[in-house]
Write a protein that binds this ligand. Structure first.
Ligand code: Z5A
Length: 223
């Protein structure tokens, strides 16, 4: 695989969507300081997300997250398998083909979300989740994962301010604290996960991300 797969993770409202778009614009030279990069490298940058990166994924996303679409309670194991199905389709039909075309794929959530939400949040077996993640991805891992670390309360307040809340956001605060703990544990044990202080302004968060990306582009010999 010749492209690069960069994932954004974290609890709700951490600013993943905002930061992914800012990073894409910067990499493509559309941001304020992007010209430095655009002179020296010619990149294809693709934004995607889980769940919902494919047509199947969009349908699964509605079932998983929109309480108006499915009023029935989704059982925990069924939820786990639906996220895995979304991922398997996403890997085969979008992520791998773009990586083969040497694109940089920026993905909003990936396997660590399942460990944090279904594992730490719901309490499902972590070993089983690792196995399922392996089945869904065929072993494909991210080249770099940004963990946007934000206080749970601040993140949820931001998400609520944005409008209607989804099925996950309706969960109690203790659930979200367990998810946060999951990310803390994951970051401790994986050097490819880079913690970003996401409590700061959008500009300051983006600067931290750009600093890491510049180091990585050198390491990956893009510049
Ligand atoms: N899920 C799961 O359980 N298992 C899995 O395996 C996977 C997912 C893959 C969908 O995720 C849900 O799926 C998620 C986990 C579950 N739980 N929920 N809910 P999602 O990524 O699509 O939805 P999300 O996590 O809720 O993302 P979000 O709320 O859209 O947050 P975000 O993308 O991190 O943030 P944002 O949209 O960029 O910003 C949120 C608001 O804050 C918005 O109004 C911004 O303008 C504002 N914002 C952003 N940055 C700042 C700063 N720095 N300061 C102030 N305000 C800011």
């Amino acid at each position: 695989m010749i492209g690069k797969f960069i994932v954004f993770e974290g609890v709700e409202g951490g600013g993943k969507t905002t930061q992914i778009e800012l990073l894409r614009d910067w990499l493509l030279g559309k941001g304020q300081s992007g010209q430095i990069l655009s002179k020296s490298i010619d990149l294809e940058v693709v934004i995607t997300r889980e769940p919902g990166g494919t047509k199947l994924g969009k349908a699964l996303r509605e079932l998983l997250l929109n309480p108006d679409v499915l009023t029935e309670k989704i059982q925990e194991t069924a939820e786990l398998l639906l996220y895995a199905a979304d991922r398997a389709q996403h890997i085969e039909t979008l992520i791998k083909p773009y990586l083969e075309k040497e694109a940089i794929v920026l993905c909003d959530r990936f396997i660590d979300s399942t460990i944090a939400y279904q594992g730490y949040g719901r309490g499902l077996d972590l070993e089983l989740i690792q196995q399922l993640n392996y089945i869904a991805t065929g072993g494909l891992k991210s080249d770099l994962t940004f963990w946007l670390d934000i206080d749970v309360e601040i993140g949820l307040a931001r998400a609520k301010n944005r409008g209607k809340i989804d099925r996950m956001e309706q969960a109690n605060i203790e659930f979200h604290r367990r998810v946060q703990q999951g990310y803390q544990e994951l970051a401790k044990n994986n050097s490819l996960i880079v913690r970003i202080d996401a409590n700061l302004t959008q500009e300051k968060v983006q600067k931290q991300i750009q600093a890491i990306i510049i180091e990585k582009l050198v390491e990956w010999k893009y510049i």
